[in-house]
Design a protein around this ligand. Structure first.
Ligand SMILES: [Fe+2]
Ligand SMILES: [Fe+2]
Length: 288
């Protein structure tokens, strides 16, 4: 927080930043409307999607990611929609637009690439944990989206506090269970992230999961999405023993949610394999 500002003034600045974030474009809202109709036709989606070349590129790239198991063979938007599935497309569209807004609106931040690298890693790990824990396909995707968006509040705080070189990557940089508050300003990235999600009309489940991702268990009550994001933050640190990561949690709770050490070990293996494939695909894309 700039030393000349009081906590109240800083809090007001953060609220202003949230209010002035660009809204999602009409295409996003139109696609959401189409997808909200249970009888929506596959063909209805293609036309609005094709009007946005950047969005098409994002969706094709996502469909080609190793987590969808197609090995980089999706070339058209129709194939991408089929691969991702209509159920999840609405969320993917929102994330694609959100990332675009982040790239332009927060371009002043010097370490923005770290934000995307970290978000992608946490998203991959969250997806792998949810899958290994037996979550439904839909919940696996919600966890992936939560991972992609979990640090959005950190960007808003960095801009409001004029910390253009703020650390935008690893959460554990400030300790395993760190509260990760910026310069004692009294606001944490979780709360701000939750407000950003609500501002963009993301589902309340996603907003709450992001809002709790540093404190997934409160008074015995657990937020499932928040817990998976929390665990994913540590799963991506390959050298960190999982026994240390789960030591803070009641074993009975982890048993109930099928997130025991063996499950997390499997999730870490899947994550490392998936991220390895993404890295090995990238040079071919650059060359082409
Ligand atoms: Fe975080
Ligand atoms: Fe994080």
């Amino acid at each position: 927080m700039p030393t000349s500002l009081t906590s109240e003034e800083f809090s007001r600045k953060v609220s202003e930043q949230i209010r002035f974030l660009p809204s999602l474009p009409d295409t996003a809202l139109k696609l959401r409307q189409i997808l909200a109709d249970p009888n929506c036709d596959f063909a209805d989606l293609i036309s609005p999607l094709e009007h946005d070349a950047g969005l098409c590129a994002d969706l094709i790239r996502l469909a080609n990611s190793s987590f969808y198991g197609r090995g980089g063979r999706v070339d058209t938007i129709s194939e991408a929609v089929m691969t991702l599935g209509m159920v999840n497309l609405s969320d993917f569209v929102l994330v694609a637009y959100t990332n675009r807004i982040v790239r332009s609106h927060f371009a002043c931040l010097q370490n923005l690439a770290d934000y995307f690298t970290h978000s992608n890693k946490v998203a991959g790990a969250a997806y792998c944990i949810a899958k290994a824990a037996g979550a439904s396909i839909k919940d696996q995707e919600v966890c992936r989206l939560g991972g992609l968006l979990h640090n959005i509040g950190r960007l808003v705080i960095a801009v409001a506090s004029e910390q253009w070189t703020a650390a935008l990557g690893n959460f554990p940089a400030q300790g395993l269970a760190g509260e990760n508050r910026f310069d004692g300003c009294g606001l944490d990235e979780c709360e701000v992230g939750m407000r950003v999600c609500r501002n963009w009309n993301f589902t309340e489940a996603l907003a709450l999961g992001i809002g709790r991702h540093h404190s997934p268990v409160k008074g015995g009550e657990v937020n499932y999405l928040a817990l998976i994001i929390y665990l994913a933050e540590f799963l991506i640190i390959e050298t960190l023993p999982l026994s240390i990561v789960i030591a803070d949690f009641d074993p009975a709770l982890l048993d109930r949610l099928q997130m025991q050490a063996a499950v997390l070990t499997k999730a870490r293996e899947d994550y490392l394999e998936g991220m390895g494939k993404i890295e090995s695909i990238q040079p071919a894309h650059r060359g082409g």
